[in-house]
Design a protein around this ligand. Structure first.
Ligand code: DON
Length: 322
């Protein structure tokens, strides 16, 4: 009974009434693997190999227990999930008031790469989870040089994950060549005086931050670090100033799933962020981080199996925060 578990402040997850977590993950894996829907994102088919049947679900609890099924160690690109962590770094670099002047905290209800509301309204990007806001956030990351900025981004990921990560250079070059929309967004943002400096450098850093290679276990550890108020439960080290966890989670909750954010909040009920690489990072505050990886996407750019799995996890373990 949910109210009882909330009163006792103990997650339902560990109640003896629920089947073991591993069994449930295996059940979800078997149930959704045959779901052959959607298309995987490849910026350039000649250089990227993506198997639509790669599928993994991982859970890391805030006390450091790991559960995982499927292709736990399969590499993929973090893509838009990076937006959460870049936002955290910008907040640490400049503080809340300054960052809020550059990027607001309103959901757009539009596609992740849409510019329309920025042009029509305030010229200030709506939130850090869509491309307009994320590019403006990347522009805020401090560093003495391009290399120094990239190094700070990589070190930041390392704190959240617990080991060093690297950039897929081919993916960066490909998105630099093909991503006209992101170029257009960047020029418009500079025209609106929402970003400054060299467009090429800002966009390169944005694409590098998106092209970091992770796996599903990493994703769940990153999520668990956010669930654990910014301390990585595996290393015991602080990855981000805990003052900003609330900022990250509220914006993820309202904007993290793009134009599906409302339905997600209603049905699943905990903050999450998706990326076109097929990852979904989800956070049950104080309890656990969830990583789901499955490349086929719906039209909004969210992993189809990922959404199904999170819906079932939420219902089964009663994780909806309300
Ligand atoms: O900005 C882009 O187009 C990509 N590099 C990242 C987009 C992304 O992951 C959006 N997600 N669902």
């Amino acid at each position: 009974n949910k109210s009882k578990h909330k009163e006792k402040n103990k997650p339902f997850l560990f109640s003896s009434e629920s089947p073991s977590i591993n069994n449930f993950l295996e059940y979800l894996y078997a149930k959704y693997l045959p779901l052959n829907e959607g298309n995987s994102y490849v910026s350039e088919p000649d250089i990227t190999e993506v198997d639509p049947n790669w599928f993994s679900i991982c859970i890391v609890t805030t006390d450091g227990q790991f559960y995982g099924v499927g292709d736990v160690e399969q590499s993929f690109l973090i893509q838009s999930i990076s937006k959460v962590f870049a936002y955290g770094l910008a907040l640490e670099d400049h503080g809340r008031d300054y960052v809020l002047k550059t990027v607001d905290v309103e959901p757009t209800g539009d596609a992740y790469n849409s510019i329309i509301k920025v042009e029509e309204n305030s010229k200030r990007p709506y939130n850090a989870m869509v491309n307009t806001g994320a590019i403006a956030i990347t522009n805020l990351i401090k560093g003495k040089s391009q290399a120094h900025k990239l190094n700070r981004v990589l070190k930041m990921y390392q704190r959240h994950i617990g080991h060093p990560v690297y950039v897929d250079t081919g993916a960066v070059v490909s998105e630099q060549t093909k991503g006209d929309r992101n170029w257009a967004i960047s020029y418009l943002l500079r025209n609106f005086e929402m970003i400054s400096g060299d467009i090429k450098e800002t966009l390169q850093l944005y694409l590098q931050q998106c092209s970091v290679i992770i796996n599903c276990r990493d994703l769940a550890i990153m999520a668990a670090t956010l669930a654990n108020n910014g301390t990585n439960p595996m290393t015991g080290k602080q990855a981000i100033n805990p003052d900003y966890i609330q900022d990250l989670l509220s914006v993820m909750f309202t904007c993290g799933m793009y134009d599906f954010a409302g339905e997600w909040a209603y049905k699943v009920g905990f903050p999450a962020k998706s990326g076109v690489g097929g990852g979904i990072l989800a956070v049950v505050p104080g309890v656990m981080g969830i990583g789901v990886f499955s490349p086929p996407l719906d039209q909004r750019g969210n992993s189809i199996r990922g959404i199904k799995v999170c819906e079932e996890l939420s219902h089964h373990f009663r994780l909806h925060i309300f």
